[in-house]
Design a protein around this ligand. Structure first.
Ligand code: ADP
Ligand code: MG
Length: 316
C-alpha cells in the first residue's frame, strides 16, 4: 500500500531502523518483514489476545514525550494480560502518524522497546501510516497454562476484594501534568504505568476473579461484581492511597481520583483472605463486601442507587 504519499522518511526505513530488533525471541518463527508473523504457541497453553488504542489528546495530553507514549502503549496492554494471569509473548503495533518525523519515531520506539524488554514481549509486526492525528494501537498475545486464565466472573458473596498497590495516583499525576506541574512520583504513575504481570501470574490458582483498574476503581470493581453476579459496598475509608496523593490534595479530591480517576493499572481481585495472606502477594486489603456505601452519595446519584441495590442484593 502507498500509505506514505508525502513521506519525509521512507516507511521501510522507519520500520527497519526503529522497530526491527535483531535478537531472537522465543516462539517467533517469522517476525517483522513478511506479510504476517508466524508464531509457535507452547503446547499445553492457551492464548490470550488483547488490544488497546491510545489517541493523542484523548488518552494522553498533546505534546507528551514520545518515549512515554511508546512505553505506556505497551504497559496498558500488558495490564490486561496481567489481569488474566497471563504471560506476555508477542505484540503488533499499528502506528498512525500526522508526520513522519524521524526524531519522534526514534524516541517513541525507545519507549516501546524499553517496556517490551522489561516484560519480555517481542514486537513481531505492525502497520505504519500517515493520518490526521496520532493514534497508537498495540495488540499483545499472551498465554496461560490451559484452563488457568483468571476471569472477572468468580467472586462470591462474603469474599474480600484486594488491590495491588495504591489507586488514584495516575489521575492525580495527569492532573498535575495538565497544570504544567509534573510531580516526581505521581506524573510517572500516569506516564509509565507498571503492569502487574508478576502479580497476575502469582494470582493463578489463588484469585478466582480479577480485573485491571483502567477506568477507575469504582467502575472496574462494578464490572467484576456484575460479571460475578454479586454485589458489594466499598468502604471508602479503607481505600489504599499513597502518601504522595494524600499530601497533594484534600480527602474529597483523593477519593475522586481513587474511585473514578482511572489509569492506575493495578489489579483488583477476589481471593480467600487466608490464601492471599500467605501467598507472598503484597496486596493491600481494600474493601470487604459489607455496608458502607452511603458515602458514595456525594459522587453520583446513579451510582448511589447502584450501590444501594448491590447492598440490598447482598443482604438477600
Ligand atoms: P504489508 O503491506 O504486507 O501490510 P508493510 O509494508 O505494511 O506490509 O509492512 C512490512 C513489514 O513491517 C510487515 O512485516 C509489518 O508487520 C511490519 N511493520 C510495519 N509497521 C510496523 C511497525 N510500526 N512496527 C513493527 N512492524 C511493522
Ligand atoms: Mg502484505
Amino acid at each position: 500500500m502507498t500509505k506514505f504519499k508525502h513521506k519525509a522518511v521512507d516507511e521501510f526505513e522507519l520500520i527497519q531502523n526503529y522497530f526491527v530488533r535483531s535478537d531472537e525471541a522465543p516462539g517467533v518463527i517469522t517476525g517483522i518483514g513478511d506479510d504476517g508473523a508466524v508464531l509457535q504457541p507452547d503446547s499445553g497453553r492457551e492464548l490470550i489476545a488483547v488490544i488497546d488504542t491510545l489517541v493523542e489528546g484523548i488518552h494522553f495530553p498533546d505534546g507528551t514525550d514520545p518515549f512515554d507514549i511508546g512505553y505506556r502503549a505497551v504497559a496498558v496492554n500488558l495490564s490486561d494480560i496481567a489481569a488474566m494471569g497471563g504471560r506476555p509473548r508477542w505484540m503488533t503495533l499499528a502506528l498512525t502518524l500526522p508526520s513522519a518525523e524521524e526524531s519522534w519515531v526514534s524516541r517513541f520506539a525507545e519507549g516501546l522497546h524499553a517496556a517490551a524488554a522489561e516484560y519480555q514481549v517481542a514486537l513481531v509486526g505492525g502497520d505504519t501510516t500517515l493520518g490526521k492525528s496520532l493514534v497508537v494501537s498495540v495488540q499483545i498475545t499472551g498465554d496461560v497454562v490451559t484452563g488457568t486464565a483468571i476471569k472477572r466472573s468468580g467472586a462470591q458473596v462474603g469474599d474480600q476484594i484486594f488491590v495491588t498497590g495504591t489507586v488514584g495516583d495516575a489521575a492525580a499525576g495527569l492532573d498535575l501534568l495538565s497544570a504544567g506541574n509534573p510531580d516526581s512520583y505521581l506524573a510517572p504513575r500516569f506516564l509509565r504505568p507498571k503492569a502487574r504481570v508478576e502479580y497476575g501470574q502469582a494470582l493463578t490458582g489463588i484469585a478466582t476473579a480479577a480485573i485491571d483498574v483502567s477506568d477507575g476503581l469504582f467502575a472496574d470493581l462494578c464490572k467484576l461484581l456484575d460479571a460475578s453476579g454479586v454485589g458489594g459496598v466499598l468502604q471508602i475509608e479503607k481505600l489504599p492511597l499513597s502518601t504522595e496523593l494524600r499530601a497533594m490534595s484534600d480527602p474529597e479530591t483523593q477519593r475522586r481520583f481513587a474511585l473514578s480517576g482511572g489509569d492506575d493499572y493495578e489489579l483488583c481481585f477476589r481471593a480467600f483472605t487466608h490464601r492471599a495472606g500467605h501467598s507472598g502477594i503484597p496486596a493491600r486489603r481494600r474493601t470487604r463486601l459489607v455496608d458502607a456505601g452511603y458515602r458514595l452519595d456525594r459522587a453520583d446519584s446513579d451510582r448511589r442507587r447502584d450501590v444501594r441495590r448491590r447492598h440490598l442484593d447482598l443482604r438477600q
